[in-house]
Design a protein around this ligand. Sequence first.
Ligand SMILES: [Zn+2]
Length: 214
Amino acid sequence: MHCAIQKAEALDGAHLMQVLWHDGAESLYPAIWLRDNCPCSDCYLDSAKARKLLIEALDVNICMEDLTFDRKKVYITWPDEHYSEFEADWLKKRCFSQQARAKLQRELFLPECQHWGSELQLPTLDFEDVLKNDEHAYKWLSSLKKVGIVRLTGASHKRGEVLKLGKRIGFLYLTFYGHTWQVQDKIDANNVAYTTGKLSFHTDYPALHHPPGV
Ligand SMILES: [Zn+2]
């Protein structure tokens, strides 16, 4: 993203900054938000990409003392003489307009959702491909997010396959079942899962508090 600032000015008694971009778009930024997100080394730890400024040090009624700009940056001096610089690209990426926020939501959270009925053709991928190939792993996860179910075929009939799949994308969550649980037919089964009968789609007790997600 390469955005150029055409104009930046203080509005609303310097509680708000308006940026006019060269492409004609406009963005508004509250002064309190700018002060809270100051990227200087006193307020922000760059190596951790994390804010250092404590909320107790923040004046919620703060306004800008001075505001200047060029094509690439906005420069703000605060009433206590603290000084902040904000890059144009950084500001543009954080534009608060509904349109910009919706775009960011789409990029960050893949909200696309496919509702389906009995006509669904189950998205199907090969187990080994998912383990070995990043593109297939991405397809698995993005389909799981969108459709809610994906069938993986071709796994070996041996213990540890689910473990391999879990480790492919992260750490296994420890529950009272342990990391995994062997579901098998048992005499005098104390749970329908331990019979040879069909099971409905379900999630298990540990998922009551921490539902599975992607
Ligand atoms: Zn600062």
